[in-house]
Write a protein that binds this ligand. Sequence first.
Ligand SMILES: CC(=O)[C@@H](O)[C@H](O)COP(=O)(O)O
Ligand SMILES: NCC(=O)COP(=O)(O)O
Length: 248
Amino acid sequence: MSASSPAPIRLGVNIDHVATVRNARGGTHPDPVRAALLAQKSGADGITAHLREDRRHIRDADLERLRAELAIPLNMEMAATDEMTTIATRLHPHACCLVPERRQEVTTEGGLDVLGQAETLAPRIARLNDAGIRVSLFIDPDAAQIETAAKLGAAVVELHTGAYADAPDAAARAVELGRLTTGATHAARCGLEVHAGHGLTYDNVPPIAALPQVMELNIGHFLIGQAIFDGLPTVIGHMKAVIAAARA
Ligand SMILES: CC(=O)[C@@H](O)[C@H](O)COP(=O)(O)O
Ligand SMILES: NCC(=O)COP(=O)(O)O
C-alpha cells in the first residue's frame, strides 16, 4: 500500500444463500455455519447473516451457532422491529445492520427510510447501542438519509449498491456510481463509517472498492453462486484480490 492509498477494505461474506439451498429440502445440508467457518479460514474478514422475519433462509439456531463458533465479527442483518432487537441484544453480535423488509420481496429492494421512520428507529438504535452492539443502517446514498443516520447515533451506514449493480446500461450505472461517490463522501464527513453492499460481483465491485471512504463490503449472493463452480476458498480469494487491486 502506498502512503496515499486508502486503508484496506474488509470483506464480509454473507452466507444467507447457503441456508436458502439447505431449506429447499428441509434438512441440514448444506450447513451455513460450516460455510461461514470455511469463509473465515479462506480470508473473510467478517460474516453477515440476515435473519428475515419469515426465516426464509437464516434461522435463529444458525445465528446461535455462528455466535458461538466464529472468531471473526458477525454482522446480523435484521428488520428494525422489537422482536429482532430483543434477539440481537440477547445474541450480542459484533454489529447489527438494520434493513428494510417486505415479506413479499425477493430481496432487499431499497434502503431503510431512516428519515421517515426516525421516531420508531431512535429507541431501537439506542437499545442496540446501549447493549454495546455496533449499529449500521442499510440506506440509499441520499444526503438526508445519511444525516439522519448520524443524528440517530448509528456508527455505520451501509450504502445499498443494488441500483448500481442492476443499472440497465453504462450511463445509468455511472449515475448510480456518482450517487454512491457523493454519498460515501458525505457519510464520512458526518462521522459515519461507510460500508457498501448488495448485488456486487467480480465485474462491478472495482469502482465501489476504489471509493476511499468505504471500509467494508458485504457480498453474498454472487460469492455463494460462484462457489458452486470454483469452491468458496477460491472465490473468496479471488474477490479479495479484485478488491485489493481496485484499492491500490
Ligand atoms: C440486506 C441485504 O442487502 C441483503 O443482501 C440480504 O442480506 C440478503 O438476503 P436477501 O437475498 O434475502 O435479501
Ligand atoms: N448487505 C448486503 C449483503 O449482505 C449481501 O448482498 P448480496 O451480495 O447477497 O446481494
